[in-house]
Design a protein around this ligand. Sequence first.
Ligand code: WT7
Length: 649
Amino acid sequence: MSDQTYAPSADFAANAHIDAAKYKEMYAASVNDPEAFWREHGQRLDWIRPYSRVKDVNFDFGSVSIKWFEDGTLNVAANCIDRHLAERGDQTAIIWEPDEPGDEALHISYKELHAQTCKMANVLKALGVGKGDRVVIYLPMIPEAAYAMLACARIGAIHSVVFAGFSPDALGARVNGCDAKVVITADEAPRGGRATKLKDNVNQALLHDTRDVKALVVRRTGGQVAWRRDLDFWWHEEAEKVSPDCPPEEMGAEDPLFILYTSGSTGQPKGVVHTSGGYLVYAAMTQELVFDYHEGDVFWCTADVGWVTGHSYIVYGPLANGATTLMFEGVPTYPDASRFWQVCEKHKVNQFYTAPTAIRALMGQGTEYVSRCDLSSLKVLGTVGEPINPEAWTWYNDNVGQGRCPIVDTWWQTETGGHLLTPLPGAIPTKPGSATLPFFGVEPAVLEPESGKEITDTEASGVLALKDSWPGQMRTVWGDHERFEATYFQQYKGYYFSGDGCKRDADGYYWITGRVDDVINVSGHRMGTAEVESALVAHAKVAEAAVVGYPHSIKGQGIYAYVTLMNGVEPTEALRKELEAWVRTEIGPIAKPDLIQWAPGLPKTRSGKIMRRILRKIAEDDYGALGDTSTLADPSVVDELIENRMNRG
Ligand code: WT7
């Protein structure tokens, strides 16, 4: 924990939406009377029927229920588009920067966004999609991804975006899991100069689906595609047949807006459900205040729309605020390590939001890639996805922000819809590596991990939980409310449990220490160790597998797999490669193990439980501190594993 603090300049604070005094005053109001606070701030949206009820929340295990603005009605797409038309119809809503720097960037006005979204909405209707139906979106980072999300919102369909890096199997499981009627995809996804054949992946994913799922296909590269007769439709052809006008459907505040699958500590990924009113209030308010967004600014969040960060801070938050949001198709290192900074210069980006893993990767390439670009437009920098190490923070601050730009380290989750712990750049002095203080209405608690007792001393160390709800909170797990309660409300009664460990320092600042469950964070993406294990054991030559995280200099955490082979199978380099490729096809490239250790046996208790604590220590190359191994059925297994460990120093 670093003690150095960086206060916003007087100039910055004077022009910011929120300064130190205002933060204190508003925060106190938000937790003293959440009803009154959110009654006021819910007004930032246009409601069709105004809400009279604000908050109706029960965190008691067994009867968890979360509702905000319950009797209000609205349309999310109308809030993100239509209400801006009169004042800013010609203003750019989306700047699109393609993968190839030589290709033309697009500037899509709010008017154009309206027409395209309405057309896509009408095409979806023509394909039989109605209110409450599910639509899977499996697209590259192209404007059609935003049109598709907003088109669903416009007609009251529920979208589930699947990251284009997921494999056909993972896609198929998600299409099936939410019983989607249509998949919106593209021929290919260009990224970093290479193209992924998305339509082929969709064909493969739907091969065994008996429900005749339709596909709406965007032509992005013109690459060859295999067509399924009567089920596949080109977007550009269908768009010609429909009107550029589609009346927005009146939706209840608690009607689902989207499902987003995310990994947990057990089982297969769960469908996180976010609803319409509260989610949009929260995404919009945090986008404006956390990044201190002002009229006319260009906002760039580098995430993919396949993750919640892209939902809240590329599409919904910025567009609800009438902002200009930048959407980037490529990767930070293509054609070279200056791409991010060139895009900032080219489009005069004012707020830039990325992940520590990207910062670390670029930092390793040297400062000349940054210093050759004009970054004078930047005002605020943000980070998200994993704890940021002070070295990366300082590099970001000195080289990208040139010491002028406050850094907002935003802690949140797919489940939270928007930022929970974060600096407000004009109000809260930052410390490298700390997500600092709670956003309005957020009441964090540090609990003793074993007893679950809340630690009320300012300085505390334990697990992070939330005492009460905020409007952006997830409402349930799609189709499995029991799993929702069991995952977040069972272990610590009366709280929402985040799954993260944390420390609170003498100034009341929060420092996230990472996951305390069997979830690892690889390049800011959440991966369930159980998912990788079940992919590995699905291979015919694998008898057993145990997966843990280990420190990785760029990814934050790497994936370390211990694999026990079937009797008689030879452990070879070729087999190692085969298993890596296997996991890629089962889940996707992000799940590929970084290290695979052949394990003749795994450390187990006498009752057969794998002792992951020991496996984590060995993977961390910290085997001197294994702790108590006396409960192991066969302690000699451990010596063998240490002897052949893969991560040395
Ligand atoms: C997990 C949530 C929310 C967007 C991206 C990831 C970790 C997230 C931070 C941060 C330390 C962070 C936590 C959290 N995390 N932001 N600023 N500092 N850790 O979303 O996939 O739902 O993962 O990411 O461990 O629980 P996600």
